[in-house]
Design a protein around this ligand. Structure first.
Ligand code: 9D3
Length: 245
């Protein structure tokens, strides 16, 4: 998978992309990431990338010509790529969307800045607009990094077999159970007895119940979509939870 990222702040990407799984994906040749400074595609003396909105209002917009030139140029390097724009108005990023994007031949990601970009860039070039959640960021760069990270881990071969087994745990749509390592008592807190019992069936049951309890407490919205058994529903009912799938 090739990622081309168009941004006014390419230096922001150094840390996250030079470490850990994204680093490994690049080293293995499974992903390629190229950063492009949008300002390099200006032709005026002041290298202007922003302008005031027609109709007035606070703030500035990214002007269309440098973005257009940057996109046209990068499309030649990443043929058949899907063009994404990070924006608060976009489709919320979920594991399902990351899965879909991981199947694309390539991605071009435009990082929004200021109050947004000229609407004609959306119309001409953008295939999908993506948000990473309902909170306000200062620009699209951090969102682009989150997107690259979530997609990279799904590219076959990037994760080791140990790590990729973990990706499945999103599978039933429940939160993870609590986990413990040694020592058996820490700061007066014991490891729950079922985990020390050596009884595999008891461990499995305890973990499942903890997942269900946590999900009911913290993310009740997930229970309407979760894959549940009759036994799961019975346990949830014993907790007083009934609005489930
Ligand atoms: C006048 C309203 N503006 C400021 C509150 C709207 C606005 C414009 C640009 C708010 C944030 C931004 C910059 N954010 C992004 O570019 C962005 C973003 C986000 O803020 N939250 C979640 N996902 C994303 S993806 C890109």
């Amino acid at each position: 998978m090739r990622f081309d990222i168009l941004t006014l702040f390419p230096d922001m990407f150094g840390g996250p992309f030079d470490e850990s799984i994204i680093r490994r994906g690049q080293d293995k040749g499974l992903i390629q990431i190229a950063l492009h400074q949008i300002r390099d595609y200006t032709v005026d003396r002041h290298r202007t990338v922003d302008d005031a909105p027609y109709g007035g209002g606070a703030g500035m917009l990214m002007k269309p010509e440098p973005l257009s030139a940057a996109i046209e140029s990068v499309k030649k390097l990443n043929t058949d790529a899907t063009v994404l724009l990070t924006t608060p108005q976009g489709r919320p990023l979920t594991q399902k969307l990351a899965q879909e994007l991981s199947l694309k031949p390539g991605l071009i990601i435009i990082c929004g800045r200021y109050e947004g970009i000229d609407e004609r860039i959306h119309q001409h070039y953008v295939d999908q607009e993506i948000s990473i959640g309902d909170y306000v960021l200062s620009g699209g760069e951090l969102a682009a990094m989150v997107l690259v990270d979530s997609v990279t881990r799904l590219v076959p071969g990037v994760l080791g077999s140990d790590e990729s087994a973990q990706t499945d745990s999103f599978g039933d749509g429940l939160l993870e159970y609590p986990q413990y390592t040694r020592p058996p008592e820490f700061n007066g807190l014991p490891v729950p007895a079922p985990l020390l019992s050596g009884n595999h069936a008891e461990i499995i049951r305890w973990r499942r119940e903890q997942s269900l309890k946590r999900t009911a407490e913290r993310r009740p919205d997930l229970l309407t979509q979760a894959v549940l058994s009759d036994k799961d529903r019975l346990f949830l009912k014993s907790l007083g939870v009934s609005n489930v799938s």
